[in-house]
Design a protein around this ligand. Structure first.
Ligand SMILES: *Cc1c(COP(=O)(O)O)cnc(C)c1O
Length: 355
């Protein structure tokens, strides 16, 4: 019995665990954020290699669906997206750090300038840019007072951005405070567009949408839905059984002998470990799903291997594929890691299969 029958492209390592990326689900999620954002254009944060899922195919699918604004953190992430069609804008959220100028000028992407020094250095170029103002996150961005001081005069600003600190907590008064501060500064800084909302920010309501939204995690199936329906899961993990073994009652399993079999168990040792981004903190907590039947991880997850109690799935054979339960909310709760960490922590050792 195999739980993962998708043929593996032969360019990919046949023995590696598979990271499956459901492109239709990704696009469906993007369309829902786009619809929720109403008149605002809907961009996509594809930084960190598309939150670990493969920036290039993800960008291609979203652009084909109508997305015209892609956001990355670093200049090297621009090249990784591949060439973009006319009308697609790539913005680099870290701006232009010392040493980046030549690369930035040669790039089709635009910087999101985040410091006064970056603004001064970029002004000389006369080229268009985006600007990030800080309205309370106190992370990257130009302070409101600096933005009001005339620092930005003479810049050709396409999009004025700010970023929310507490969008995942809709009841937080910080959301309205940042919205109001952003509206005030946007009224005096000339820019073609204004952008404030990440995924959760879109759900706060029309007041937060402005002209462009920047969803990330929601596109990949994480965080709260912007509408009444749950987001579609996008990422899946399938791994192969290397060995099946029968463990007698009373025997311990795995490093540190942390798990002791209460009764006789049949366990599967699979080719998945924390080096693949399957968190060690899911030891004794994670699970595989065999035809919907949960099969728990037993003992410590090691670098390359995980041991799963498959007593409930007697038909499995060595070499079969197992689908791990990678429900983001559940895995985040069980592992103590955020959904963002789970996705971006997925390792480079997978054979990625975009369907
Ligand atoms: C990463 C990022 C986003 C996307 O945030 P999500 O919470 O993943 O939707 C949006 N804007 C900025 C500035 C970011 O750094």
């Amino acid at each position: 019995m195999t739980s993962c029958d998708a043929p593996l492209p032969d360019t990919l390592a046949p023995d590696a665990s598979r990271l499956t990326v459901d492109t239709a689900a990704l696009v469906a999620n993007w369309r829902r954020f786009a619809r929720a954002g109403a008149a605002a254009a809907c961009g996509a944060a594809v930084k960190a290699d598309g939150y670990g899922l493969g920036a290039r195919p993800i960008a291609a699918a979203l652009v084909a669906a109508g997305c015209r604004d892609l956001l990355v953190a670093h200049w090297h992430e621009v090249a990784a997206l591949g060439p973009q069609p006319d009308g697609v804008r790539v913005a680099v959220l870290h701006g232009v750090m010392p040493g980046d100028m030549a690369r930035a000028l040669a790039s089709p992407a635009v910087p999101v300038l985040v410091t006064a020094g970056q603004v001064q250095a970029w002004k000389v170029t006369g080229r268009p840019c985006d600007v990030m103002v800080d309205t309370g996150l106190n992370r990257l961005g130009i302070d409101i007072a600096e933005a009001r001081s005339g620092l930005l005069d003479g810049l050709a600003i396409d999009t004025l951005h700010s970023h929310l600190a507490c969008s995942e907590t809709p009841a937080s008064p910080a959301n309205e405070a940042q919205r109001a501060a952003f509206a005030d500064i946007a009224a005096v800084v000339p820019a073609r567009r204004r952008a404030l909302a990440n995924s959760a920010g879109i759900g706060l309501g029309p007041g937060w949408h402005f002209d462009l939204t920047r969803p990330g995690i929601g596109l990949y199936g994480g965080g709260a839905s912007p509408d009444a329906h749950p987001l579609a899961p996008v990422a899946g993990i399938a791994t192969r059984i290397i060995q099946l073994r029968d463990v007698p009652a009373g025997a311990s399993i795995g490093y540190g002998a942390t798990y002791t079999a209460a009764g006789p168990l049949r366990v599967a040792v699979v080719a998945l470990g924390y080096a693949d981004g399957y968190p060690r903190s899911l030891s004794d907590r994670g699970r595989a799903l065999v035809d919907g039947v949960p099969c728990p991880v037993v003992g410590r997850i090691s670098m390359d291997l995980t041991i799963i109690d498959v007593s409930a799935a007697p038909d499995l054979a060595e070499g079969d594929w197992l689908t791990m339960d990678f429900d983001l909310a559940g895995s985040a709760a069980a592992s103590g890691r955020s959904e963002y960490e789970l996705l971006t922590g997925l390792g480079a050792r997978y054979a990625r299969v975009h369907t």
